[in-house]
Design a protein around this ligand. Structure first.
Ligand code: 3PY
Length: 248
């Protein structure tokens, strides 16, 4: 059985004050049993988030360097994140793939860097609107998945979380319908099964792309959707908590 995971992706938003608000609310509100909760906050807030959020709430970063250390001005290594008690890191979010030109090789290098220091990589996959319109959704998403899985050992594959995020549903307010999302999640799970039946059984596949309280229940009810990677709605503590409760 896969425990649902609700992870907030703050992107380049938030403040110390917002971390404090979340810490206060998440400490005094009972989180639904059996639901894993995490917040992926900007680098400068990781340490305070880790020290102030309840221990049951995971803390994650939004990217990492593919290098362990050295003359890479402005970069942050996986080892530095691990030092702070960070547990997970987004890799291959479509904003990184598009705005920072991270291709499949760059994504794989970051997945390896995360695994090398014991972080859980949350590998994001998703197609653009043009690709969907050209009926290439599964080819694109499964291609992104294989580019990573083919290069990992069976043991490493077991340590990933996946997130399907249709690019056309990110920051646009548009959301995949539950059927559209489930179809892609089922294709991802079938591809996982082609590596190993147990991998398909245990890997969490989150849905991301404008998940909010009003659509979370239906999306999370789909058999192959194991949680959410939440953008804008993760900046409002009430909305985020409502989504966490939808998963319970
Ligand atoms: C969104 O929902 O906008 C996201 O990109 C979540 O990662």
């Amino acid at each position: 059985m896969r425990a649902p995971l609700i992870a907030g992706n703050w992107k380049m938003n938030g403040s110390l004050e917002l971390v404090a608000t979340f810490a206060e609310e998440l400490s005094r509100t009972a989180l639904p049993g059996g639901v894993e909760v995490a917040l992926m906050v900007p680098f400068p807030y990781l340490e305070v988030a880790r020290s102030r959020l309840p221990e049951t709430v995971g803390v994650g970063a939004q990217t990492l360097s593919d290098q362990p250390s050295g003359a890479f001005t402005g970069e942050v290594s996986g080892g530095m994140l691990a030092d702070l008690g960070v547990q997970m890191v987004l890799v291959g979010h479509s904003e990184r793939r598009t705005l920072y030109r991270e291709d499949d090789a760059a994504v794989l290098a970051r997945v390896r860097a995360a695994l090398g220091v014991g972080l859980v990589p949350v590998l994001c996959l998703g197609e653009t609107l043009e690709e969907r319109d050209a009926e290439r959704t599964e080819a694109v998403v499964l291609g992104q998945l294989e580019a990573v899985l083919d290069a990992l050992t069976a043991d490493e594959r077991q340590r990933l979380v996946l997130a399907y995020e249709p690019v056309w549903a990110i920051g646009t307010g548009r959301t995949a319908t539950p059927d559209q999302a489930q179809q892609v999640h089922a294709a991802i799970r079938a591809r996982l099964a082609s590596y190993d039946a147990q991998l398909a059984e245990t890997t969490k596949v989150l849905y991301g792309g404008s998940m909010k309280p009003s659509n979370a229940v239906e999306l999370l009810a789909q058999p192959d959707i194991d949680g959410g990677l939440i953008g804008g709605a993760s900046l409002q503590v009430d909305d985020f908590l409502a989504i966490c409760h939808s998963a319970g």
